[in-house]
Design a protein around this ligand. Sequence first.
Ligand code: DP6
Length: 330
Amino acid sequence: MRTTTARAYPNIALIKYWGKRDESRILPAAGSLSVTLDAFETTTTVVPNPAGDADSLELDGQPADEEQTRRTTAFLDHVRSLAGSEQPVIVRSRNSVPTGAGLASSASGFAALATAAAAAFELDLDTRALSRLARLGSGSACRSVVPRVAVWHAGDDQASYAEPVDAPDMRMVVVTVDRGRKPVSSRAAMRLTAATSPFYDAWVSSTEDSLAAMIDACRDGDFTRIGEITESHALRMHALIQSTTPPIRFLRPQSVAIFDAVEKLRENGLEAYSTADAGPNVIVLVRPENAEAVAAALDGLGELRIVGPGPGAHPLPEGSEVPAATEGIS
Ligand code: DP6
């Protein structure tokens, strides 16, 4: 075993993953498609800990809470079982934005951890196997293993991984309206949706249709079609989530105001399309040449940042370790 560090970026789904067919293996009810970003990265170091009797996790320089540690250990157990090892490790992870701020995501977190841990345990995994492994930590993490645009296939354990899709160059204007931790986790909200929404089956079957149309639009380089499907699919997901018992609403009045502003931009001839994950922040999909103009038009509606397609999860050279919280304190 050796100490290793890896970096991964969050992804924004244009076709959303919302619902599992198998909770323990994190198999999605339908396929999804996303853009891996070039910002908001997570860097994670995995250190062998022969003296320890359990894994330990430091997040942004602080000891992680019980739930985060439990989820990390459960994930590392998958890695250990592939490696035939029982070795506990120390994990140190750092997000470039504060954890729980709506953009530091479990996708970048588990993609970085999967990449670092696979290398630490000297597993020789290709991108497909790494994507399947990352999926066991958090479903959307399997897409952050892949650069740029990725499709995650539904299917059984072997067949459920992400791989690249040809697509035109695009940018996203991230509009952050709330940096607070979300009131309910994606995982819990997803479970409630499958258990209580009367629209769940229609969502699953229509998502497969939307995904097929999206893959065609990407391959055709048809930005307008990509945008139209993106916005309509996001609104369907939020409608679905509001149909649970008890209802959950992630969008805030400010989020809706951004959807409205983007619609108005389109009416005025500036093409842009909105999407939002399980939270109030809105991501606006634009052609590269329109990114600055759209950001300028949305000024005042939230904190703005233009991002583009980024790299897949990758190991970093020796010497890039995330420092221990106590380092430098004597
Ligand atoms: C709204 O991947 O965080 O961002 O698999 O339970 O860890 P778990 O869920 P997670 O859900 C992401 C939900 C989403 C849509 C998406 O990224 O496709």
